[in-house]
Design a protein around this ligand. Structure first.
Ligand SMILES: Cc1cc2nc3c(=O)[nH]c(=O)nc-3n(C[C@H](O)[C@H](O)[C@H](O)COP(=O)(O)OP(=O)(O)OC[C@H]3O[C@@H](n4cnc5c(N)ncnc54)[C@H](O)[C@@H]3O)c2cc1C
Length: 464
């Protein structure tokens, strides 16, 4: 084994320049972990390829010497997918950060996989277009990492997930084959669409090296709303009204407890009373006066029928920000409590029952435990956070959250939901995959892995 490693290290020097190989222990440590916290990274080397060909050379050598490789994007992942725990050689896409061209006829951008997502958003604006996948980590995440995790975010309701915006991919498989997939064709009925397998594959089938993303026109005028309700079922009724009658872009949910953390963190006042049980921040794309009237009418009727008990509509950009900060600050506001995070999804038709069951679990927690939940309610996606009590040891906190995780995942199984809505499986959810996927599905996934990576050198030990 050591001999293989030595040979790999020797041969890689003939493929890459000295500057493309990082050997300092301290630097390797930085690249060895993503934003999850349960695993300690121990990568053995970091490589910075500049091109698809160089990625192919790295994979060929890894195959020859049976060396595990870890694809690394912006390392903002929350599932330890980009954490090296098997002394892998880390392949960072960081230097593959070129935007090659804007293709006007297709309103798309062709770029390397290591481009930071925000740079794609900024480039889109130069052409009066938007790349609409947006979330709190897009300032650091890579487009390749977004594809590998099929990232979602706040506007999935209107714009879908990353999958919906990819028109071509170049990947290098674990067999060191270069595949150019999908080729930006709007229509192609020639058998299996292999690009779809790589979207969400978390680096387990191949390293994504080039991506073409579609862009779209920005909304004409966005109006933000803040709504309060005393029941989930009423909030869902309001959601369906907005979904059916307006161009709804986002419908984000949080509890009174989550709101309190957010307000304490921002030191701002809530524009409406902060004493109600549930809140929603919503965004609607308003094209004309009639759209605006419909939006107002739903709000008034919802208040009349007491589906909501309080609400406000933004009048300007500052008020938009005030409303959205309430939702967007929640994660940061609980960070100091070292939360254990879960990111689950159920069908919308099961959401109300799921939340009822979840609240029952919360009521059974020991007094010093707090569970804060919020999320993309229109997608049936909740972020569930167990906060670490003051003075609790790491060991006993871990025992408590592992117990709670199993109870939550039992509920997920009951409602045929997902134990990972948008953060992937990585190592964090690996032991719980069977709560969302059947044995047959997992077996087929393993067979697919064998086709693209027969020597198991790409992200070994991840997902299953
Ligand atoms: C504050 C915060 C908020 C977040 N909010 C959201 C959210 O709303 N929605 C959401 O979906 N996610 C969210 N995330 C999670 C994370 O940002 C996404 O999963 C993101 O897509 C990861 O991209 P990355 O470049 O950082 O990938 P990394 O973390 O580097 O890697 C993620 C996985 O992809 C693989 N990978 C990376 N690059 C490649 C490549 N080029 N080829 C093949 N495999 C590759 C890695 O091996 C790993 O398995 C959030 C994270 C943070 C810290």
């Amino acid at each position: 084994m050591q001999k293989n490693k030595d040979n790999f290290f020797k041969d890689i020097k003939s493929c890459l320049t000295e500057k493309q190989i990082l050997t300092s222990v301290d630097d390797i440590k930085i690249y060895s972990s993503d934003r999850s916290k349960d695993f300690i990274g121990n990568g053995s080397l970091v490589l910075f390829p500049h091109s698809t060909k160089e990625v192919q050379s790295i994979i060929s050598l890894a195959k020859k010497y049976n060396i595990g490789l870890l694809s690394s994007g912006g390392r903002t992942g929350l599932s330890a997918g980009a954490t090296a725990t098997k002394n892998e050689v880390i392949v960072s896409l960081e230097k593959m950060n070129k935007i090659f061209k804007f293709i006007p006829e297709e309103q798309s951008l062709f770029c390397q996989a290591g481009v930071i997502t925000q740079h794609i958003q900024e480039e889109a604006l130069k052409h009066n277009l938007i790349y609409p996948i947006n979330f709190a980590a897009t300032g650091s995440s890579h487009i390749g990492g977004n594809v590998a995790t099929n990232a979602g975010g706040i506007k999935v309701l209107r714009y879908g997930n990353t999958r919906d915006w990819i028109t071509s991919l170049t990947v290098v498989t674990g067999n060191a084959e270069i595949l150019h997939l999908k080729n930006a064709l709007v229509k192609d009925a020639t058998g299996y669409d292999l690009s779809q397998l790589f979207i969400g594959s978390e680096g387990s089938l191949g390293i994504i090296t080039e991506v073409t993303v579609k862009l779209t026109s920005p909304a004409k005028k966005n109006i933000s709303l803040l709504l309060a309700s005393s029941s989930i079922s009423n909030l869902l009724k309001v959601y369906f009204q907005y979904k059916n009658k307006t161009n709804l872009i986002a419908f984000e949910f949080f509890t009174k407890e989550a709101l309190k953390y957010s307000l304490d963190h921002s030191k701002k006042n809530c524009p409406i009373s902060c004493e109600h049980d549930f809140y929603v921040t919503a965004e609607v794309d308003v094209q004309n006066k009639t759209d605006e009237e419909v939006l107002m009418q739903i709000l008034e009727e919802s208040l009349e029928k007491e589906l909501i008990v309080d609400g406000t509509i933004s009048q300007n950009k500052d008020q938009d920000k005030l409303i959205w900060d309430l939702r967007e600050n929640i994660s940061e506001s609980i960070h100091y409590r070292s939360p254990h995070k879960n990111d689950v999804a159920v069908r919308l038709s099961n959401l109300e029952e799921f939340i009822k069951d979840l609240q029952l679990l919360i009521s059974l927690l020991p007094k010093n435990y707090e569970l804060i939940y919020f999320g993309h309610i229109g997608d049936g996606n909740l972020h569930i956070n167990l906060l670490k009590p003051d003075g609790e040891s790491d060991e006993s906190f871990m025992a408590a959250y592992k117990k709670l995780d199993l109870q939550i995942f039992d509920l997920i199984k009951k409602y045929k939901g997902s134990v990972s809505a948008e953060h992937g499986v990585g190592l964090v959810k690996k032991d719980y995959l069977q709560f969302s996927k059947t044995e047959e599905e997992i077996n087929i996934m393993k067979q697919i892995k064998k086709i693209f990576d027969p020597n198991n050198i790409l992200n070994p030990g991840k997902i299953f």
